[in-house]
Design a protein around this ligand. Structure first.
Ligand code: HEM
Length: 447
């Protein structure tokens, strides 16, 4: 190690750097950062790729200590965080000096919303963040339109159950389609419910975004997408986010129509997470019974189901790589991290580090209770600090409401119960696209 408090932070060897790239970065990018490549998600589950990545990170931590650890990459400064306290520091001190608009994120997100808050800086960022928080009701567990959104979810869950009843099965094709109906109705209103072509257009742009720098921006496609979006926004339906947008003050910096594409893209992993949570509940009868009791009760905030969703995101974070870029030299216990260094926080390492977390690989919703382990350790599915996801409350409202509606309508058993069972450790990836449930919709029940 070549670290000293006055020199630079430790630098990984060439072999350490290659191992990090090969075991952690390449498999994560291969799954698709902006839209998932389904086949690769399946491969990741079968070959325990995330488990392997976590073990690689543990070995690097054992070898180099707390870090940050600079990688040995020509013509690029890139570091990885290895200590829980450093994760907190970097996220708390974002966006200055640790900027959220890393060059990779800029390259990727510019394919469909170049003025989204996540890749904005300075005054633009402040203004767009304000706008996002105002429309999404950040910090409120029940969005001001919660009642309407719960009705939307209930109706779409009804459609899912009707289709499931026909074959007594529920798969991703049925669930995913219904989920995007929810998303379009919540963001744009009922007129967009069946506009699957709009979602497909967005998906095409997201597929180009997966390749970030390696693909030119498809301006004509992006303009077509934004024009279609603006047709909805120009004539906003009451009780949709579009209607709240129309009432929320804007400035010349806000770029309001560049914010919903992020919301709709980010709602995709919320659907995946809901489906994975259903699998967790199906495999854990005690938790399932508690969830059923809650679904049948009269507390619309559904606190236990929200914890189950958060726990599903701890086990399988949908944003595994949190990226920052340091704007200036920063001082650490082990030395100086130079300005303009990219910083990687690999969430699965902190979520599944079984050297510190006895529950690392099991379903443990209790860690999200007040005073639970989540308060003492950086579980960061929604990030943390000033760049924390402003959609978290809305996500938890929609996902928990969907789970409650499904639980009220039937019983679910995963058709390949060996993939996920209470008695075994949870897999390091759970391929939501191939999850398939047997459904007993006759078994309507209270708790
Ligand atoms: C399971 C679902 C979701 C997860 C796990 C998630 C997670 C995240 C994470 C980790 C970040 C921060 C990235 C960083 O620190 O660099 C983020 C940012 C953001 N999310 Fe989410 N998100 C989800 C869904 C949503 C939804 C549905 C919306 C909107 C309705 C949303 C809106 C945003 C916005 C606007 C940002 C940028 C914040 C900023 O740059 O200040 N997210 N999200």
């Amino acid at each position: 190690m070549n670290a000293s408090a006055t020199g630079t932070v430790p630098v990984a060897s060439v072999s350490g750097t290659l191992a990090l790239i090969g075991d952690v970065i390449v498999p994560t990018l291969a799954k698709g950062p902006i839209i998932r490549r389904r086949r690769v998600v399946g491969i990741a589950e079968r070959h325990d790729l995330v488990g392997r990545a976590v073990r690689r990170m543990q070995r690097l931590h054992q070898h180099y200590g707390d870090g940050p650890l600079l990688m040995r990459i020509p013509a690029r400064k890139q570091a990885v965080l290895l200590a829980a306290a450093d994760v907190r520091r970097v996220l708390d001190e974002s966006p200055e000096p640790f900027a959220a608009d890393s060059s990779e994120k800029r390259a990727a997100l510019s394919h469909f919303n170049p003025d989204t808050v996540l890749i904005s800086r300075g005054e633009d960022r402040i203004d767009r963040r304000r706008f996002n928080e105002a429309v999404l009701d950040t910090g409120c567990p029940m969005h001001r339109l919660a009642e309407r959104f719960r009705t939307v979810v209930e109706e779409e869950a009804g459609a899912v159950l009707a289709r499931a009843r026909r074959g007594n099965t529920l798969d991703w094709e049925v669930f995913g389609d219904a989920w995007f109906c929810v998303v379009r109705r919540v963001v744009l209103g009922d007129a967009a419910r069946d506009d699957r072509a709009f979602t497909r257009l967005h998906e095409r742009l997201r597929a180009y975004a997966n390749l970030a720098f390696m693909q030119p921006i498809r301006h004509e496609l992006r303009d077509r997408f934004l024009a279609r979006l603006n047709q909805y926004l120009d004539d906003p339906e009451p009780e949709s986010l579009a209607a709240i947008m129309a009432r929320t003050p804007t400035t010349p910096r806000t770029a309001p129509d560049h914010q919903p594409p992020h919301w709709m893209f980010a709602a995709d992993p919320a659907g995946m997470t809901t489906f994975r949570t259903l699998a967790l509940l199906a495999a854990h009868p005690e938790h399932e019974e508690r969830a059923r009791a809650e679904a049948a009760g009269d507390d619309p905030t559904l606190p236990f189901l929200r914890r189950c969703v958060l726990e599903s995101l701890r086990l399988w974070p949908t944003t595994p790589m949190l990226l920052r870029q340091s704007r200036s030299d920063t001082q650490w216990d082990t030395g100086v991290l130079p300005a303009d260094t990219g910083i990687l926080i690999y969430a699965p390492f902190f979520h599944r580090d079984d050297r510190h977390l006895p529950f690392a690989h099991r379903f443990a919703p209790e860690v999200w209770e007040p005073g639970g382990a989540a308060e003492a350790w950086p579980f960061v599915p929604f990030s943390a600090g000033p760049v924390r996801c402003p959609g978290e409350d809305l996500v938890l409202l929609l996902t928990s409401s969907m789970l409650a509606a499904l639980l009220r309508g039937g019983r679910y058993r995963e058709q390949q119960p060996t993939r996920i069972a209470a008695s075994t450790r949870m897999p390091s990836t759970l391929d939501n696209y191939t999850l398939r449930f047997s459904v007993d919709t006759a078994a309507r029940h209270a708790a």
